[in-house]
Write a protein that binds this ligand. Sequence first.
Ligand code: ADP
Ligand code: MG
Length: 869
Amino acid sequence: MPPANAPSPMLAQWFAAKENHPDALLFFRMGDFFELFFEDAERAAPALDIALTTRGEHAGKPIPMCGVPAANAEPYLARLIRRGFRIAIVEQTETPEQARARGHRGPLPRAVVRVVTPGTVTEEALLEPDRPSWVAAAALGADGMAGLAWLDISTGAFACRSVPARDLAGAVGALEPAELLVAEEAASEPALAPWRNRLVALPGARFRPEPARRALEEAYGVRTLEGFGAFSEAELAAAGAVLGYVRTTQAGKLPLLAPLSREAGGTTMAIDAATRKSLELGAGETGLLRAIDRTVTAAGARLLAARIASPSTLVGAIAARHDAAGFFLADAAAREDIRVLLRRAPDMARALGRLGLGRGAARDLAAIRDGLGAAAAIGARLAACLLPRPSLLADAEAGLDPAPALAGRLSLALVPAPPVKASESGAVASGFDAALDAARGLRDDSRRVVAGLEAAYRAATGIPNLKLRHTAQLGYFAEVPEAAGLALREASPPPLPGLAHRQTMAGTMRFITTELAELDARIVSAASEAEAREAGILAELAAAVRADARGIAAAAEALAAIDVAAATAVLAEAEGWTRPEITEGRDFVVEDGRHPVVEAAVRAEGGAFVANGADLSPGTRLWLITGPNMAGKSTYLRQNALIAILAQAGLFVPARAARIGVVDRLFSRVGASDDLARGRSTFMVEMVETAAILNLASPSSLVILDEIGRGTATWDGLAIAWSVLEALHDRLRCRALFATHFHELTALSGKLPELRLAQFGAREWRGEVVFLHALKPGAADRSWGIAVARLAGLPREVTARAAAVLAALEERARGLTPLAEELPLFAGAPKAAQAGPREAAFAALVEANPDAMSPLEAHALLVRLKSLL
Ligand code: ADP
Ligand code: MG
């Protein structure tokens, strides 16, 4: 007799599974439902918007419960995953019949068959079609280097690299993994803070390089990993952690892994997290990807996103991508034909991923069939081109027909559009397998015989509205109105052999006959034979696909590369983009550059975008840009950073011409006041981010600084901006664009020979300020603030007085020119004058933003200025 509080045998199963997966919601299979219990139910019910009920009792209390239908669980899983839950799927591992057959009593045996986590989903409904889905792991090495590994279980892509620990956040940013695995002791690492809500902390033991090496060798079935590359210990540790994690979540299974590839250091442009954010590289509303993506396949979109996230630094590789795009620009007919074919190509990589995990359905086999068909047709179309194909396309072309025998077999075997659900039959075409056809024939013939019986039964019984029907419980039966049925039951001899009453429903009665029972049995056995035969054929086809997995995966990659090249040409042709010249030098010349996202927005409002050039080549490396608010400074800065990214991603650029020496690192920083809305300790953030530039930028880097130093008192800010500018010029010697509202900085132009001054102007026209958005040499006229204040309706006497004060201040500020001469570079602090009342007044005025002032605030400012003086 169990103690009163002991859980029922089924609850005991639940507790056992929960103990192994305390951090996951248990989807506990009970018949046709996945049920959730206890706290799981209380957390999931509101997230899923489903009813919370109770079932039975435990420890004297009702057990909270909610459930979702097992056959339609995907949307519920998707919702939970998006909310950051992990879900352990607990399945019945035997059917009730199997359990009965071996004399088992009690609840059906159950086991966790899979843990669904954000990074390990494979279902189409749970994946973003045009984004890779990475599980990444970071392992910190002893030498200040970190190993980073990432695996997309939906496609099997697997890679790793080493990064200096300080670049880790940026490298993770390039991947945007769904989950980032780290050792428990590294979870609080500040560099990983931006990824806090995707972190999965694992025991440190999962990050040991030697066991990792053995696990990888075993997974690939090789004696040594040497053929794959030379991996560092931290890389191995990270790759091993990913592999182990995936294996755990898949209950021991592994996806079809592509060979672990190692990305060599310095082959991609380093872009840190702050830069990614400030440039909006992603697919968001105002993101770069959204504006430039002209691909027609999901795999193409994923490749494009990956190239933008990690632009190359290899001149040869970049040129190969440009060549491929150039080919499609030259042969528009081939491009359009191929894009038509690409649109028909399903996502082979992900279908392959599901088949590899044994989770694929007939739909996935059909995707491989159609993908291989499209690939072969594209290969043939390329081969028919007169122009020689550049290397990237020639390589792709060579891999487009990897498994002709398999492709032929899939075409014969499958119906054009197999059912979506794995449980539905009818995927295998008739004529493919004689035994299957025979079983189906038997099943269908019997059905036809049944259908033909109705008329005969009506005649034999004399009941004109007798109907033959079918239910799962009774099989086939004859249904008659109750009155006729009562007579039929009593008829002697019965008009049909073996006639027997089975059920009485409201107003009707149901009868079976020997003949119906026999036919039913025949149909059931033929149907189950057909089903088993079909499942066997599908399993065989899936195995054949897995055997050709490498070639199919390569063909899928080739299609993606072709898609991106053609899309690059489409964009270039439609928007007038040009092929940039990439050099090993330090050039940065852009003629008539544009900002792809702002240009689209300006055009949508009926405006015209004004193109502006840049030349940061040696001799003019540093541009100091001034101009009133809204003049276009930020847009200009970002457009040049984006042009560098696009160019090195292998795309064309929004400019009349561009020559760019490879950028090794890109930095973009925005002054803190632009960030105030988010309420962070802004000046500190700004300085931390600026410090990173001063520590990391090399002469090959490109630095974008947008109004740095705004987050603090004017003099501090000016002093910091001043010294940063000097450091960029003299010490880091990188290319840089520096937008500032500190006009005093223009005094440095005499001092720093490679510094150029450029400005955005504005004009007053019919009582309005018109921004010209055109960049011209020189420093901006600083009286714009007052002009704008006047236009905004500030009282005349206030603006007149402000103009006078400004004139006096400018007189003073000219004193900064000698200061620029005076200050030896990197000497200690300047001999700053004691802050007197005049300095305070000056600071108050410089800090004031007339554009944003109400008349009342302007008045208050004047009162304050007067009192200070
Ligand atoms: P600033 O940084 O100088 O305050 P922004 O770069 O934020 O100015 O630009 C303000 C607005 O001006 C943009 O949102 C856009 O609408 C418009 N704009 C900027 N640059 C251009 C341009 N080159 N051509 C046309 N409109 C532009
Ligand atoms: Mg700005």
